[in-house]
Design a protein around this ligand. Structure first.
Ligand SMILES: CC(C)(COP(=O)(O)OP(=O)(O)OC[C@H]1O[C@@H](n2cnc3c(N)ncnc32)[C@H](O)[C@@H]1OP(=O)(O)O)[C@@H](O)C(=O)NCCC(=O)NCCS
Length: 164
């Protein structure tokens, strides 16, 4: 069943719930952990889905690498809401935010490439994003055993080089 949560930009009062949502998956090694300080600094880049009582049910962020390139990061949906369309809606909202900011291309490194493929991303080479490798991968504790898959989506119709 479709989840009834509404999507909005994150607010300071959401920080603790975002951290606990993401770190709940980090403890299962599905995501990398985040801290409240990092979320607070990047709050303007976070979208949340909140239920009628204001509780955060899902989140996701844009991590910008250049004026035209950003990563879909910290994407997480509460376990009891999986499969109800929230992940798709958060990604769509992040794409709308990216378009508004003039960003042409989004990528993600993920263990759930199947989800991203379902919402319009294609698998590509991580080497395409040396900015990401320099910023995060070279200092990541999992860099020698990383099994994340790189997925990407071009947002502008005239840069559809991944289109089938
Ligand atoms: C991955 C995740 C964000 C998906 O969110 P969700 O709300 O359950 O996904 P949706 O209900 O919006 O599903 C959208 C589509 O993706 C598919 N999908 C969802 N999870 C999938 C998965 N793990 N593998 C393959 N396909 C998946 C759904 O079947 C659906 O496809 P359809 O529209 O063709 O039927 C969520 O499972 C999650 O938070 N996982 C743990 C954290 C994580 O892995 N985050 C991503 C890190 S980059």
């Amino acid at each position: 069943m479709r989840d009834q949560s509404s999507l909005r930009m994150a607010q300071p009062g959401d920080i603790d719930e975002i951290v606990s949502l993401v770190n709940g998956y980090a403890s299962d090694s599905v995501m990398l952990p985040i801290t409240s300080e990092r979320v607070a600094l990047a709050l303007a880049d976070f979208i949340v889905a909140a239920d009628a009582r204001g509780r955060v049910r899902a989140c996701g962020a844009l991590k910008e690498y250049s004026p035209s390139l950003a990563e879909v990061a910290s994407l997480a949906v509460a376990r009891d809401a999986h499969g109800s369309g929230l992940g798709r809606r958060v990604v769509a909202e992040l794409e709308a935010l990216a378009r508004m900011r003039g960003i042409d291309e989004l990528f993600a490194l993920t263990l759930t490439s199947g989800f991203f493929e379902s919402v319009g991303y294609v698998v590509t080479e991580r080497a395409r994003y040396p900015e990401k490798i320099r910023r995060d991968c070279t200092s990541c504790p999992r860099r020698f055993g990383c099994n994340e898959v790189c997925v990407a989506r071009m947002l502008r119709a005239d840069t559809l080089e991944y289109a089938a």
